[in-house]
Write a protein that binds this ligand. Structure first.
Ligand SMILES: Nc1nc2c(c(=O)[nH]1)N[C@H]1C(S)=C(S)[C@@H](COP(=O)(O)O)O[C@H]1N2
Ligand SMILES: [Mo]
Length: 413
């Protein structure tokens, strides 16, 4: 992959090519040099006041919007979504616990597989690399992506639209690892733990579980590569879980422990956190919160215009290519319609290359704006199973799963 360019309108500062960076460090030396760098970056990071995002460069990352520090939540500016795959350097970061791994000793690293199995296993990175490798393009999207647009507002990290990214994830099938350990009858779930921890023991450790059918699905991976390179440390190096089509809360970073469960996990991160109303479209009203909730799971269908960017000046009577991305929970995108008149009329956009049903699908639409002033651009995606983005936004108390047809306001003159 060539070194990414700065997104138009963004304030990203490209860093030295990542491959050079890794070559310089050497894989086994990565910890030694990264540890002080990351620690220094964390220490030097300015305290971010609520509502005033700043841009900041962390190791292996270009300048990204920092929504909180301790640990850093880094949002990808939407200019980076003008390519099918989001460069690793520009990929967003969401971490719950402040005690993050700042080094990875790849020689000593082990993955433990235990719980409700016949043969508990301990695997090295070499063991994993010797197993059959699979590569899948899939969108990693935080459940709370776009939360800042919820009305009434809800607590949580106030993400814009950049808590997502698309990448090619390469690794081994989780089911191959589970089958090697020999699951016992009665297994219902598979639980994951990563190397991060809270600063004080009272903080609940970040552990998540997925139902057995999802764990055994052929597309669920333990990935060691992202877009043809090792994962950035902040995105889970050396290994993370990939659950294509499902929200990234399950995509455990720095995973070291896998446990097969005969009973569902009931920790803080499964209940009360990361649950949605069991109502249609996870919708509820602030005055009448749903009583019944279920763990968040599959992503709904979305699309977003990325060119022009909001408030961009567009020249009148000249051809302009509107473009954007669409994706869903794994049915695949059938069509995207674009409106340039605030939803009065719609036209079907051209679709870009198909990288598989879990990937971003780009759409393109030729536009020749004839009307000066503010123009309202909209996009509406439909999946291959007929699901379509709603005209009105859903609301739930956690600010999850926003997928309304968005409006991009631009100025034509
Ligand atoms: N170990 C660990 N894995 C984790 C998390 C975490 O806090 N710790 N956060 C999860 C959540 S909520 C999201 S949205 C994704 C974010 O992935 P990224 O930081 O690689 O973009 O990681 C998931 N995996
Ligand atoms: Mo998330």
């Amino acid at each position: 992959m060539r070194s990414p360019s700065v997104p138009p309108g963004g304030s990203g500062q490209p860093q030295p090519d990542r491959r050079d960076f890794l070559r310089l460090l050497g894989v086994s030396g990565i910890g030694a040099l990264l540890a002080p760098t990351l620690a220094r970056a964390q220490a030097a990071a300015p305290a971010v006041p609520v509502g005033a995002p700043e841009f900041y460069s962390f190791p292996e990352k270009v300048s990204l919007k920092m929504l909180t520090d301790q640990p850093a939540q880094l949002e990808t500016p939407i200019g980076w979504f003008r390519t099918d795959f989001t460069p690793n350097e520009a990929f967003y970061v969401r971490s719950h616990l402040a005690n993050l791994p700042t080094r990875a000793d790849t020689a000593a690293w082990r993955l433990n597989v235990g719980g409700h199995v016949d043969k508990p296993a301990t695997l090295s990175l070499d063991d994993l690399r010797k197993m059959p490798a699979v590569e899948i393009a899939a969108v990693n999207q935080c459940s709370g992506n776009s939360r800042s647009f919820f009305k009434p507002a809800v607590p949580g990290v106030q993400w814009g639209n950049g808590a997502m990214g698309n990448a090619k994830w390469k690794g081994v099938r989780l089911r191959d690892v589970l089958q090697a350990a020999g699951m016992k009858a009665g297994a219902v779930e598979v639980q994951f733990d990563g190397q991060d921890a809270g600063v004080i023991p009272a903080t609940p450790d970040y552990q998540k579980a997925i139902p057995l059918p999802r764990a055994m699905h052929e597309d669920t991976l333990l990935a060691y590569e992202m877009n043809g390179a090792p994962l950035p440390l902040l995105n889970g190096f050396p290994l993370r879980l990939i659950v294509p089509g499902w929200y990234a809360t399950y995509w455990m970073k720095w995973v070291t422990d896998i446990k097969v469960n005969a009973e569902p996990l009931a920790n803080f991160w499964m209940k009360p956190a990361y649950r949605i109303p069991s109502t249609p479209d996870a919708n509820e009203s602030p005055a009448d919160l749903a009583k019944d909730t279920v763990p968040i799971h599959r992503m709904n269908v979305r699309s977003l215009i990325v060119a022009p960017t909001p408030e961009q000046d567009v020249p009148i009577n000249q051809p302009f290519e509107i473009s954007g991305i669409a994706f869903d929970g794994g049915d695949g995108i059938a069509k995207v319609e674009v409106s340039t008149d605030g939803g009065a009329t719609w036209a079907e956009a051209k679709l870009g290359p198909d990288h598989g049903k879990y990937s971003f699908r780009r759409f393109l639409h030729d536009w020749k704006p004839a009307k000066g002033g503010v123009n309202k651009l909209m996009s509406r995606a439909t999946t291959k199973t007929g699901a379509v983005q709603p005209a009105a936004p859903i609301w739930n108390r956690s600010g999850y799963m926003r997928n309304v047809v968005e409006t991009t306001l631009v100025f034509v003159s």
